[in-house]
Design a protein around this ligand. Structure first.
Ligand SMILES: [Zn+2]
Length: 409
């Protein structure tokens, strides 16, 4: 298949390539370049899409979602859901993500095994969703953040056992809770929860099993505990200092600033039924969270896109808001696209397969309105979505030939 007449943002952060073409062979990208350089054998491809100047991007990657959460104001109420109810929410959230141009998600914590089952169902072609990297359930200390949807474990040995438990369920990522959280009553986001020793035990066990670890870490002490313990990514990282940034850069640790999660809570306030304590904590950390984003960008950290979708008033779908907030935080649009594609692929250990438009990479591609560069929220409404070289969504106007065919019918 040949997509011609596109503006290519290839995910590597450089200037866009205008008047370009991209050819796909099976599940992989075969050729990328200016239309004027199109080799005759590529141009001869009988399956051609004229993109009419739309922008072509790598499929977007959301490294921090909760597919089993549906944005309701009171997250502690998920405990009352049956597994069947949770499964239906998970499938609905996945479909919304895909329709928003997101072709890969990492789920950062669910109560049941529904997300793990979905990851397999997508791989097997049973559900046409985004590729899913599932973390199983949060691993947290007794009474710690996320205990309403997680596994409580105290002490190094228990944390080790909890990691094994999530691996046994089929988790491909582990989520450890290093600080309190905005959503959990009785915990403060700035305060550390697990000790460095407990975190290190969890990371060592996950390493042994070949599974990367993401740490929920908002306050500085918990962030540094997690970094010294050797985690692969810092989720939120709202109170980063220079030492933390330097540790992250030196150890190739990714930072998901989850700007959308704070933005929606601060903008919405408690009028939507969100508990005043949640709003108080979000307002308290939001400003520092944005400053931490700027700090890690300046330090050269691998900053990634993670929206925390599913948290109160933060719906599943595209990542246009996160990219808009990154641009408002001071990065150029093509850099923000890189954060949401190649950097995010690196965070998930998938950069050799996805995250950029280059020959040999898997064909995860989206066609969007080229004005997204001025209004990133347009990314949430792709015209076309391809995952693994397969068309997953097609809202392109019918070509003249297709129109004739439909009339002939
Ligand atoms: Zn989260």
């Amino acid at each position: 298949m040949l997509i011609r007449n596109v503006v290519v943002y290839d995910g590597r952060g450089g200037a866009p390539l205008y008047d370009a073409a991209v050819s796909i062979d099976g599940e992989r990208i075969a050729w990328v370049g200016p239309l004027s350089d199109l080799p005759a054998e590529v141009a001869a491809d009988p399956s051609v899409v004229d993109a009419e100047g739309r922008a072509l991007l790598p499929g977007l990657i959301n490294t921090h979602v909760h597919l089993s959460f549906d944005g309701r104001p009171d997250p502690t109420s998920y405990a009352a859901n049956s597994e069947a109810q949770e499964t239906l929410i998970v499938v609905s959230s996945a479909l919304r993500s895909l329709a928003g141009g997101v072709t890969t998600v990492r789920d950062c914590g669910a109560r049941t095994s529904a997300v793990i089952a979905l990851a397999d169902a997508v791989d097997n072609g049973l559900v046409a969703g985004p590729r899913v990297v599932a973390s199983g359930s949060f691993i947290t200390m007794t009474g710690g953040h996320g205990n309403w949807a997680g596994v409580e474990a105290d002490g190094a040995e228990a944390v080790r056992a909890a990691v094994r438990g999530q691996a046994k369920r089929g988790a491909r990522s582990i989520k450890l809770i290093a600080t309190g959280g905005v959503l959990t009553p009785g915990t403060e986001p700035g305060g550390a929860s697990y000790t460095e020793e407990e975190l290190a035990a969890g990371v060592a066990e996950a390493d042994r099993l070949g599974i990367p670890v993401a740490a929920h870490a908002i306050g500085t002490e918990g962030i540094k505990n997690a970094l010294r313990a050797g985690v692969g990514s810092i989720e939120h990282g709202s109170y980063l200092d220079d030492e933390a940034c330097e540790l992250m850069r030196a150890r190739n640790v990714s930072h998901a600033p989850t700007l959308s999660a704070y933005h929606t809570l601060v903008a919405g306030g408690s009028q939507d039924g969100v508990a005043p304590s949640i709003i108080r904590k979000a307002v308290g950390a939001a400003q520092s969270n944005t400053e931490s984003f700027r700090r890690s960008v300046a330090a050269g950290v691998n900053v990634v896109c993670g929206t925390d979708a599913g948290t109160p008033q933060n719906p599943h779908g595209g990542v246009g808001l996160e990219i808009r907030l990154m641009v408002e935080g001071g990065v150029p649009i093509s850099t923000a696209v890189k954060f949401a594609t190649l950097n995010s692929a690196r965070c998930l250990g998938l950069a050799d397969q996805i995250g950029s438009i280059e020959p040999g990479k898997i064909a995860d591609l989206i066609l969007v309105d080229p004005n997204f560069a001025r209004d990133p929220v347009l990314l949430d409404f792709p015209w076309y979505v391809m995952r693994d070289g397969r068309s997953m969504l097609n809202d392109l106007p019918l070509s003249d030939a297709a129109k004739e065919m439909s009339v002939a019918k």
